[in-house]
Design a binder for this molecule. Sequence first.
Ligand SMILES: [Zn+2]
Ligand SMILES: [Zn+2]
Length: 393
Amino acid sequence: MSTFLGLIKEIPGISVDRFDGDNLTSSVFFLSHCHTDHMQGLTDAFFEYIQSSDKYIYCSPVTKALLENKFRHKSHCIKEIDVNRPTVIEYRTRNDDAIVVSVTAVSAGHCPGSVMFLFERDTVSVLYTGDFRINPKDLSKLKALHYSGQSKLIPRTFTKIYLDTTFLSNDYVSFPTRQESIVKICQVSKDWLGKDPRNVVILECSALYGSEFLYIELSNMLNMKIHVRDCVYEIYCRIAQLSCHVTNEPCSTRIHACKRKISSPGLHCGVDASNENIMTIIPSILKWRNKDTSVVGEWDDVKPRTFNVCYSTHSSLDELKAFVQYFHATEIYPCVVKTEEASVTYDLLEKIRDQSDEQVTVNPTYRLSLSRRKVSRRVPFKSEYFSSDDESS
Ligand SMILES: [Zn+2]
Ligand SMILES: [Zn+2]
């Protein structure tokens, strides 16, 4: 859950992922993705306010489509920005200072439409990651976050990174890649469906958005669409990459992601399946806290015919380490800090930074200053293609 309050203090007049309180004094707004903890204050009243003040909210094209579905007739307040291409925005702050900022949206691999924002103004460059999960192998493919050298790309230096620290914790050191989790889910689904023609699979996914890549892969592999609730179907139909993998006809498929998380056992969408014919797959990460995540999936100890799979849309501790050690930043701000674990989060972040450069200096007020690393110490990430861990844009 994001605890970031919205204002990017290095660049006056902009707010990201918070739309209440002091943020209302901002001149320009950005939304990284459509999860409710990043949409606080985003209401009809907010849209009326920005409409009357001639202000806009910027987001990726997919996020715009999702927003339009929620806020009908507000399209004129929402501007989409292309992914990977800088967009220049000029505005005046409430003190009437004229500001020119360049913003580049970069795919964040978290859920459909999720992006990071790179803000650049004069000598200041700020990377706001939003929620993200990017396979370390793919960091070198984030072209917009690199300088282009003579023959190779060099990871950029940022003034500050606002970092998704959801799993910056020793309880979540490493996760299987999403591809590994999906392969496991496909395997158990295929086995179950092959056993008996009456068998069906229920996918119990927690967030409204975040499991879509799983739907696409599963649907491709089993050659079957995924049944989702009508309200979700309506939204997915707006996203080209998704629409052909989901259905609103329950009896046309044997894979169902149509249940709300908390509900009584069984299917409630009109499909006639007895409990013995239903297998439930729960992709989740919380069940794997402090557990061996090399075991990608296992049967539930308590619930019958229930298979738990380790699946995350946020970066693990190891992935966060790889990210902050690959890119350079003078300061890092953790965007997810639980009050009771604040000191642990800060300590861990400092430790990660320590490992990335011997010359790190740590200010007790928690400002991490980091000298520029030598190029030779950069972790060599290689990948031929953008892995399945980044399909959100
Ligand atoms: Zn999120
Ligand atoms: Zn169903």
